[in-house]
Design a protein around this ligand. Sequence first.
Ligand code: MTE
Ligand code: MO
Length: 465
Amino acid sequence: MSSDDQQDPTTGQRSGRLIKAPEHFLDPEGVRTVFREARSGRRDFIRRAFAGAAAAGAAPLALAQANPVPADGGDPNILNLPEHTTGLGQPVVTDGYGKPSKYETNVQRRQSPGLTQTTQASVSFAPLQSLFGIITPSGLHFERHHQGWWDIDPSKHRLMLNGSDPSLMKTPKVFTMDEIMRLPSVSRIHFIECGANTAVEWGNVAVPTVQYTHGMVSCSEFTGVPLKILFDLCGVDYRRARYVLGEGADGSSMTRTIPMELVESGEVFVAYGQNGEMLRPENGYPLRLVVPGIQGVSWVKYLRRIEVGDMPYGAKDEAVHYMDLMPNGLHRQYTNIQECKSVVTTPSGGQVLLDKGFYNITGLAWSGKGRIKKVDVSVDGGRNWRPARIEGPVQNKSLTRFNIDWVWDGKPALIQSRATDDTGYVQPTYRQLRAVRGTRSIYHNNAVQTWLVQESGEVKNVQLS
Ligand SMILES: Nc1nc2c(c(=O)[nH]1)N[C@H]1C(S)=C(S)[C@@H](COP(=O)(O)O)O[C@H]1N2
Ligand SMILES: [Mo]
């Protein structure tokens, strides 16, 4: 950035510089220690590990990223011609598949230390604080595997369609990938959010950055064949076959019940494409289910079989997991929809604002019920709200980017966003959500997130009671 970029348009003062969130929280030995401690049952360890690592990482980052420009005497970055201006650059196809700049290697999906016991049944979080727009680069898409990921030979992959009873599907079929890719296709932009996104924050603040609070959401353009087309080819009896079972080919035996209405609406499709190329292995190559608006677990990866039936299946991942524990001790089952939610990604936890003055507050909003209608932003903990600018075109069941101008006066500020979708549903505060859901749930936490900007410029994750 040059000094001109940092002038406050109204006061002419330098402003808007910030230190990015420290992303290398722990070295490999630190991660091993946290795993050990978590396994031996020390509950508050995750939080303390993050706090310690963040403190240790802050000082060198401040030096590296403040990037001072001399007040007078000329900028050597301009005066001394660099090699890239005087020399010959790299040839074409140095790399047959391009990679990000070496200066961006800190932008990584990451595991939350201590969250899971094994790396195969685990999750990695997308670095939302570093992303622009709405599309998640495929290499940074969050991952959730119950039994590790595979790179499956597409020439050997098959998709079987059958009925739980022969009368529900006239002609069961097996498709090869080539056969699926010959059929009429659609390309649509959708978010996928794990039902457990923001899970650790149900009771109180647990993790420091937006990567770990909200990074189990990503958004891609998916390409594939509407499931309705396959069902029509197989002669499904839509009157009686009201439920669909998707089954994955990995060892997790991932099986999920999907109501037939979603298929009949034309929204559910079997996808082979992601952001213009084939799916990444981590995201289900060569075939996955796309179930827009529904929690990630139903987006079965390595999709090998689809069955139609006349009742919900009560599979392991819907009878034991992915249920909501209510305050009265009962479990709510089949709560599939990811309701309206939003989060500010800058400024967000772990970042440091270096100056008073102008900032662009930016973030993401989404709803499993449709389109985002508006996003309001508060900088005083919800007393006053201003409507943010929504970046269009606003897509159905997709991430939606919002931006809003802000001039920081250097005093503590509580930054929040609150999204409303086109059904009129408004994202709840923690107080409102807990009044209905209590604090002992895991899944479906869509509460308003608060970031505290301290006088020092440091941004912290907080919850207002
Ligand atoms: N076959 C299979 N499908 C799966 C899973 C899995 O472990 N195996 N995990 C599910 C869960 S819980 C989520 S949140 C999403 C994650 O998709 P992603 O890894 O592409 O982000 O995939 C779902 N589909
Ligand atoms: Mo998930």
